[in-house]
Design a protein around this ligand. Structure first.
Ligand SMILES: O=C(O)C(=O)C[C@H](O)[C@@H](O)CO
Length: 261
């Protein structure tokens, strides 16, 4: 029995843009809710959400029945964390703060078994290997693993061709918030210089033959990045949807016109 098919890998082969959402509530129920909406993919965020191995495991189990492909963001580019998250069954890792081809190569190697890489062997014990029941896991796992590296600094943008073409890098995701901060434009993800830098980065990754992704909460920016060639765009977050929805509801109910005189 081979490793399970990675729905994100297969979706990337489609000739359309994939829209995703960001799960930062670190909870299986909210992750399941997000997975039911109809997004192509969703990030389970280990960098800025209060997640750990067990909470990500519970979310992977919660979304497993749905077509929305989970992408697990590591807190940091660490080979040990990559091994642990792959062993609990994550097949697509989003790795933040990759600045050089050396950074990218190190995390790519941690995700593939020898001889291609240096992933440790633990599949007989791991959920990824069906607890030993997926007998062909070791021979087939690498083909289903996807590494998306995050480019989110001026240094990364300067090295974007080398990062995108690093062996084992399956795609590049641009982080506009950190890039804006690094450009001295903190909080200004819509600043023309930031948008232009992301568009240039997307075009460079596409020219290198790899899929490019980005986070764009503003529909107009999402459209621009799509026009530049982005193939997977995160357009929502669970936190943003909850805050936006609750604020709008409160504003409807608590309007001054309805306050008794
Ligand atoms: O730099 C960015 O942009 C990201 O990496 C995404 C952020 O972590 C965050 O804005 C997600 O909501």
């Amino acid at each position: 029995m081979p490793a399970p098919a990675n729905s994100f890998r297969h979706a990337l082969a489609a000739a359309r843009c994939l829209y995703g959402t960001w799960a930062a509530l670190a909870d299986p129920l909210s992750a399941e809710l997000c997975a039911r909406i109809g997004f192509d993919w969703m990030v389970l965020d280990g960098e800025h959400a209060p997640n750990d191995l067990r909470s990500v495991l519970a979310q992977l189990q919660a979304v497993a029945a749905f077509a929305c492909a989970p992408v697990v963001r590591l807190p940091v580019a660490d080979p040990v964390l990559a091994k642990q998250y792959l062993d609990i069954g994550a097949q697509t890792l989003l790795v933040p703060m990759i600045d050089t081809t050396q950074d990218a190569a190190a995390i790519a190697a941690a995700m593939r078994y020898p001889p291609r890489g240096r992933r440790g062997i633990g599949s007989a014990l791991a959920r990824a290997g069906g607890f030993g029941i997926t007998t062909d896991y070791l021979a087939t796992a690498d083909a289903e693993i996807v590494l998306i590296v995050q480019a989110e600094s001026r240094r990364a943008m300067g090295n974007i061709d080398a990062i995108a073409t690093t062996d084992g890098v399956d795609g590049v995701f641009f982080g506009p918030s950190d890039l804006a901060a690094d450009m001295g434009l903190i909080g200004q993800t819509g600043h023309p210089a930031v948008v232009a830098a992301v568009e240039d980065g997307v075009r460079a990754v596409v020219a290198a033959g790899k899929p490019a992704g980005v986070l764009a909460m503003d529909p107009e920016l999402a459209g621009r990045y799509r026009a530049a060639g982005a193939r997977f765009i995160a357009v929502a977050t669970d936190v943003g949807a909850l805050v936006g929805g609750l604020k709008a509801r409160l504003a409807q109910i608590d309007s001054p016109a309805e306050v008794p005189q």
